[in-house]
Design a protein around this ligand. Sequence first.
Ligand SMILES: [Zn+2]
Length: 238
Amino acid sequence: MVKCASKLDSNGIPLLSKEQLDRHGERILHAFSPAVLVNPQPTDLDGLIREMGFNQEYQYLSHNGVYLGLTVFDDTDMLPVYNPVLNRAEFISVKKNTIIIEGTLAENPAYEHRERFTLGHEAAHGLIHAEYYRRKAEFAGYSDTSVGIYSRPSVPDLSGVDASGRRLQGEAWLEWQANYLAAVLLMPKSAVKMLKDQIEPKGSRYWHIELICKMVEVFNVSEEAARVRLASLGFLPT
Ligand SMILES: [Zn+2]
């Protein structure tokens, strides 16, 4: 798998700008499945996660859906999950380098886009955040029972800055990076640009709406994910 040679901040989070994440994501896709960059199509995230050397499984991570996914970086025999049959928590064994997706996302076809984005998000953690996790686990020592990075549902915003325009910090920045890289893996810039160049010159006043619909169809993503991705690339008219 393509390594990320970026510098790290004091927490071990790579110092990657949007442009660098776009380039890094495309390098990964180029090595994994170069066709997705020249012939816009849905990225095979299950295949990418296998290629990364990660396992993938589905578990109920909580009783109320507070987590969408978890990237596990250490072996454990004590991962708490929810058992809906017994209506209680139980502990399971999980190997390191496992991506766990919240089970409810796989049960309803209406959640397909959310499931795909979550897979992309957890794959991103696996690709660029192992060192962050390692440092955090080392710092926490034996007192920490967490074996990975949990992901909660987050506001779909790829700007990477807070309300006053300052760059996000700490875990918020970590989650932003995972969201941004997920968007790159699902909707690589070069493929998006290709679709834009097909649709925009036709001159329709509503070309950007047409483009969003096309992206939903071609990349198998939600309308919201497509719109936010276009905005982050500066491809939407202001
Ligand atoms: Zn996350």
